[in-house]
Design a protein around this ligand. Structure first.
Ligand code: CP
Ligand code: NVA
Length: 324
């Protein structure tokens, strides 16, 4: 059974397949076509933290693919009313896939361990792989060559940054983290990236010019992620110099594009003028959450024999490598 807890769960070719499906499904939608490839399939959406984009894009994506999604909040008693084994085995009696947003990464690992139905990580304290899928899709749409381009992530080496760093290593994008050294991505995690992808072009710096001068994309996220609210004052002080504003932007190539996973704290990690500048892709990037996840859901359905290549061919999809 296939799960997506981390982008490490996909091979490089599988990542390219998901992105190619996502792109083609987006183009079909733009032509008004919504093939019902997941007709009568059910996605359970188990959320321990708030969400706009992840929740709504998964639900809308499932609906457009002919399936449905059910939101499961606190009332279902995950981690409180019964064991995870009982919980997930029962869930598999009703649903085909789960997307889970959990406070603690180990909780999604534990759900997947029972191998009852595919588990998709919809954000944990550690990773946000669905966000990285949309980020790479967005970069792919705005560069002539993804391989060899550079993204500079300004701020915290957090869940979003960690997933993006893996994704970049997988598709050949140079990844730079620009921020205070105390908040760099941890060394064991960096080593894990190099072990899997020895050619990864990854570095972390606190030097503005070094981090920004070759950026094709500049990305930022909040300084205080969900669950870290008690640290918000310390973090505001640590990250203050790294606000993405016009002064920082002046150190980057003029044509570089702006990314943010959202929600943004305007006036903290990013100023209004940068967020709303003509090179900002943030709204399109949020839109791509849905297209990327539709690609992922269709890929999972193919992996689990719920859909066949001929279903895709009949809608005019050009089969990506690895699908036959
Ligand atoms: N970017 C993102 O995951 O947004 P939500 O928290 O609104 O889902
Ligand atoms: N790093 C942020 C991302 C929100 C989508 C958080 O975890 O709160």
């Amino acid at each position: 059974m296939r799960h997506l807890l981390s982008l490490f769960d996909l091979s490089q070719q599988e990542l390219h397949t998901v992105l190619s499906l996502a792109q083609q499904i987006k183009e079909l939608l733009e032509k008004g076509q919504r093939p019902a490839w997941l007709e009568r399939r059910v996605l359970a959406m188990l959320f321990e933290k708030p969400s706009l984009r992840t929740r709504v894009s998964f639900e809308a994506g499932m609906c457009q693919l002919g399936g449905s999604a059910m939101f499961l909040g606190e009332e279902v008693g995950w981690q409180s009313r019964e064991s995870t084994a009982d919980f997930v085995r029962v869930l598999a009696e009703y649903a085909d896939y789960v997307v889970c947003r959990a406070k603690c990464h180990q909780s999604v690992v534990e759900l997947a361990r029972h191998n009852c139905l595919p588990i998709i990580n919809g954000l944990t304290d550690h990773l946000h792989p669905c966000q990285a899928l949309a980020d790479i899709l967005t970069m792919r749409q705005h560069t002539r060559s993804l391989a060899g381009s550079q993204v500079t992530f300004v701020g915290d080496g957090n869940n979003v940054a960690r997933s993006l760093a893996i994704g970049c290593a997988m598709v050949g994008v140079r990844f730079r983290l620009l921020g205070p050294a105390d908040y760099f991505i941890s060394q064991p995690y960096v080593e894990e990236i190099y072990t899997r992808y020895p050619n990864a072009d990854f570095s972390q710096t606190s030097d503005f010019a070094a981090g920004l001068r070759e950026a094709d994309f500049i990305y930022t996220d909040v300084w205080t992620s969900m669950g870290q609210e008690a640290e918000s004052q310390t973090r505001r002080e640590a990250f203050g110099k790294f606000q993405l504003n016009s002064k920082l932007l002046s150190l980057a190539p003029r044509e570089c594009k702006i990314l943010h996973c959202l929600p943004a704290r305007r006036g903290e990690e990013i100023t209004d003028d940068v967020m709303d500048c003509p090179n900002s892709l943030v709204v399109e990037q949020a839109g791509n959450r849905m297209h990327a996840q539709k690609g992922l859901l269709v890929w999972l359905a193919l992996q689990h024999g719920q859909l066949s290549a001929s279903d895709l061919l009949s809608a005019g999809i050009e089969l990506p490598l690895g699908i036959s």
